[in-house]
Design a protein. Sequence first.
Length: 152
Amino acid sequence: MPDVWIGFNSDDRRRSWWRNGLVTLALAGVMVAMILTTHEPSKWWFVGGLGILAVVAFVGTVNLIYGRVLLTARGLEFRTFVSRRVTPWKEVADIETRRRVVGSRVLCDLRVVRVRGRSLTVPGTATSRVMDAELERKQVAIQECWSRAVGG
């Protein structure tokens, strides 16, 4: 069985950078405005908290955009900015599409439901398009590899 990569294509990466870059710039703007306009000593706790939030948001963005999964005969190899993890196919119970409503948008992504332990989000599958052919293609690829690996 040939190895298959699951992740964002270049158009999806660019679109995610624009969306998340604007949010990061807005957060940085609020931090600068707080530093320049507030003269209270307690502002540094708030600015520091915003700074930590900005770093966490940035790392999350990089994980979202550049994280990928390699489908092999052994299992799923999750490769993100901050971690590497292998989940053998025998630990996989299901591949599901998770839909959640955030504001007025519907966000979808794929999750690997494991026999034991928490479910894992598949990097490179997040989308705000309800009927996304690319997301369906990725789900079919994962399910085919899983089916071949477990012999069913």
